[in-house]
Design a protein around this ligand. Structure first.
Ligand code: 5GP
Ligand code: MN
Length: 317
């Protein structure tokens, strides 16, 4: 499907993505926005997204993102990327009012929430999927940069198993535009502030292995976040670090979001399907990377997750 085929008569268009937007979400939303501005210069196009991390300021026109969702506007089309309606946050109200709802995603847990839904779980990233829905002749350096960021963030810089030959072909096409990709990888993916490094270090130090060392868990409390003066955005990457410990099949990382409420991130080497576990607790994601929000004490949450993980590991053995 070409995106333009679904937008023929649209004069007002909105593009949005999930709460706590990650690299693929920001890259996809901005890549599509920049592309539509070019392909449909007459149309009025707005972007609705929670404020992205400043590391993404290298993306052109990122300042055009609207993070005030208190609008009554009825758009001809609203494209929701990298998630389904439930994770749109307050932008969901605008989405529901839109005349045509379009959903483009790669999460296996997404059953599709649009009048038109394109959900391809075999795709590394929403950015990769979008590339194949665009007219390649219209892609320019700015669009390429945004899509590249989406792909590298969801593939861990092209090293996760979701990286396919098509992913690499697309990346080859994108880097031909000549943007400074080593700088982008360093500054958006690897570079961490001092406090981000400190809280990662503390999380690793306080992590606990269980289930014969096949699982690892760590938690950051609100007190710790206040102490280091960090926000949830500063905790990205900790769970991946835990998963890279030799012998670990499943890593869990939680941070406290409220009284008896935790945001949970899970990673797996493939033996455990963390998407199915996250879905049982109202979340979603991919087989090897998923998340959810859980209510209860930290230890209750670990217990509840452990039951599911143990069941899957015993089936996998
Ligand atoms: P992370 O652990 O990095 O926050 O998320 C890992 C993957 O799971 C991402 O693809 C993310 O979109 C998805 N994910 C994380 N939390 C949730 C959630 O609460 N609900 C759903 N549906 N997906 C989530
Ligand atoms: Mn994604």
């Amino acid at each position: 499907m070409r995106i333009i085929d679904e937008l023929k008569d649209a004069k007002t268009i909105a593009v949005g993505g999930h709460i706590r937007p990650d690299g693929d979400c920001v890259g996809s939303v901005m890549g599509l926005y920049l592309y539509l501005k070019k392909e449909m210069p007459e149309a009025e196009i707005d972007i609705y997204l929670n404020k992205p991390r400043t590391i993404f300021n290298c993306i052109a026109h990122i300042e055009n993102i609207k993070s005030d969702f208190n609008v009554n506007k009825v758009y001809d089309a609203f494209l929701v990327l990298d998630c389904s309606e439930e994770r749109l946050g307050d932008a969901a109200l605008i989405y529901r009012n839109a005349r045509k709802k379009i959903n483009i995603d790669h999460h296996i847990s997404n059953t599709g929430c649009g009048d038109v839904s394109v959900v391809e779980p075999e795709r590394s990233s929403t950015a990769e999927l979008l590339y194949d829905m665009m007219n390649p002749d219209l892609i320019d350096k700015e669009i390429a940069t945004a899509l590249y960021i989406g792909i590298i963030h969801d593939t861990g810089v092209l090293r996760y198993s979701n990286t396919s030959p098509r992913t690499l072909q697309i990346v080859a096409e994108l880097i031909k535009f000549g943007f400074d990709f080593p700088k982008i990888v360093e500054e958006t993916f690897y570079e961490r502030t001092y406090v981000q490094t400190q809280i990662m270090g503390r999380s690793v130090l306080e992590s606990i292995r269980f289930m014969e060392d096949r699982c690892i868990v760590s938690m950051v409390s609100r007190r710790m976040m206040d102490f280091y003066r960090v926000t949830p955005k500063d905790l990205d990457g900790i769970v991946n670090h835990l998963q890279s410990v030799k012998g670990v099949d499943c890593a869990i990382f939680m941070y406290e979001t409220g009284t008896l409420e935790y945001k949970v991130s899970m990673r797996s080497n493939g033996k455990v399907d963390v998407a199915s576990i996250a879905m049982k607790f109202g979340g979603g994601g991919h087989v090897r990377a998923a998340g959810c929000t859980m209510n209860g004490t930290y230890h209750d949450n670990i217990n509840n997750l452990s039951i599911e993980i143990a069941e899957q590991l015993s089936r996998a053995d």
